[in-house]
Design a protein around this ligand. Structure first.
Ligand code: ZN
Length: 250
């Protein structure tokens, strides 16, 4: 069983983008226990399903609390992870487009220096568009700038071109997927499921750890209650997407 796990912010607010520090610590203890192999995102995407349990860890938006709390805990357990950042907001806050969103805390994001430290510690720094725009709502030059321009900006700041990409809000369009496929080796969505035997590398599914934030939920990996939880959440998200057009603000 293989999966890409997602977190956003490690903080005390209990918002839909937050996991509490003590919960995260427990999740890292489990991930470091050896029960499930933790591999870099590129390795997981490239592997074929050999029946072995494996996960890749991802963090969207590059919150400062991830740099301060999550990455040091992962480093202590020698666990790899990918952090997806928004270059025009690096060192700023998650007020995408100058707006805040009700129920979502506005928090500081890692700056380029912190991202350089994380990269030098072995973490992958991936791209999450230049400004966290909804790619389904734009096209042409604007889309090109968000997707390809993001690589140039990150290369200029970090001296390295990102090869992994995360779609803001999980939103895609045929045009966006084509541009992303041209620019990046792999891209992750918010489609809520495990990886199958073969996957389109431009549309990799992920499991949001917000839905596994209670004690024991991630630790139940692979057993009946874990699988039931996965299925229920997938149904809930499908229904919300049909009703609200997937307006989750992440
Ligand atoms: Zn995001």
């Amino acid at each position: 069983m293989r999966a890409i796990l997602t977190w956003h912010s490690v903080d005390e607010s209990d918002s839909p983008i937050s996991v509490r520090p003590e919960v995260f610590r427990r999740q890292v203890e489990f991930l470091g226990s050896g029960r499930v192999r933790v591999v870099p995102l590129a390795a997981l995407a490239a592997a074929t399903d050999d029946g072995e349990d494996a996960v890749a860890l991802t963090f969207d938006d590059g919150f400062a609390n991830v740099g301060a709390i999550a990455l040091p805990e992962l480093a202590a357990q020698r666990l790899p992870a990918t952090v997806f950042v928004v270059p025009e907001h690096v060192g700023g806050r998650n007020d995408w487009g100058g707006h805040t969103t009700r129920g979502i805390p506005t928090l500081p994001l890692m700056d380029w220096r912190a991202l350089g430290v994380a990269r030098d510690a072995g973490f992958e720094i991936g791209a999450h568009t230049r400004r966290h725009r909804d790619l389904a709502a734009i096209g042409g030059a604007a889309l090109e700038d968000e997707v390809a321009g993001c690589v140039e900006r990150m290369d200029a700041e970090l001296g390295e071109r990102p090869s992994s990409f995360a779609y803001p809000y999980g939103r895609t369009s045929p045009e966006a997927i084509t541009v992303v496929r041209d620019v990046y080796a792999r891209a992750v969505t918010t489609e809520f499921r495990l990886l199958r035997g073969t996957e389109d590398h431009a549309l990799l599914p992920r499991i949001d750890m917000y839905y596994f934030r209670s004690p024991g939920q991630l630790e139940s990996w692979g057993n009946a209650s874990f699988m039931r939880r996965l299925w229920i959440r997938a149904q809930g998200r499908r229904v919300r997407r049909l009703v609200a057009g997937d307006g989750v603000s992440m």
